[in-house]
Ligand binder design. Sequence first.
Ligand code: ZN
Ligand code: ZN
Length: 344
Amino acid sequence: MKAVTFQGPYKVEVKEVPDPQIQEPTDAIIRVTTAAICGSDLHVYTGRIPMPLTGWVLGHEYIGIVEEVGDGVGNLRPGDRVVGAFTASCGSCFFCLRGWPSQCPSQQVLGFGIGPGAQAQRMRVPFAHFTLEKVPQAIPDEKAIFVGDILATGYFAVQRGGVKPDDVVVVVGCGPVGLMAQMCARLFSPKAVIALDTVPERLELAYQLGAIAVDISSQDPLRIIRDYTNSRGADVVIEAVGHANSIRSCFQYVRGGGTIAVVGVYSEPEFPFPMFQAFVRDISFQVGVCPSRNYMATLLSLIEEGRLDPSVIVTHVLPLEEAPRGYHLFANRQEGCIKVLLKP
Ligand SMILES: [Zn+2]
Ligand SMILES: [Zn+2]
């Protein structure tokens, strides 16, 4: 089969690789109908996350059709249309049973050099009984694919922030996850969603999604946030960038007693946390990787009801063979690229 393989920084190649086989009773083999390139794939692509090994298959955002299941997968059959979480968790350990599949000790990372990757014609899905969710036929791939990763992450950010009706919510960053967070925040009837970025096409999309779009390279976000909050600051600040300056700015934007929820991937070992300020201002600080398995069914229902349409961020749909171009466009933000889907 054909698959997108990592061959070193700035080098991905579509190559012929062996078809995946069932290895464990809880595995399934799916025929991938759509895969996506995620911002976290770019961390590998650009070499920010160093990967010594090459030749492995990229990708962890996927939707497809079940072709084969192991003996231990009782809830799926060949022919089922399924979407999957971006990591595979066992579904039966202490953490999985308490709603933290992201902390499952048996968790398998997909598409980062160790586990199977999704940007391929076929994929082996570990713990398929728990990792995969059936998709109603009425929802097209272009919408459903997002529930396994970035839409779930946006929803998780809003949950962690505890967004309530009439809140003023600031979202720092209008990349795919930031846009998803803005979309999800609106489900909870906020007074305003204020979206910060510097890239014109991303701000335009944020505006179309109903946010107050602020270009922080030419406008003063603090003044605008104060205008909307009687000078208090935002009730909830969601960080969807993952840089130190961006996280630091959240402490300026949040009101006393408010909440900062960080879902941007900040991969440095330490951050200079403003401890005394957080203490005297009663700031809650949330951070973490999304247990996307928890939200997939809820989000599919919201999409089916027409209350969420994550497909609005898709700018490029390319055949799998054009994955190298897709990575290049996404990494360099060319052709207005916000989100690339691949069709194997
Ligand atoms: Zn991802
Ligand atoms: Zn588990």
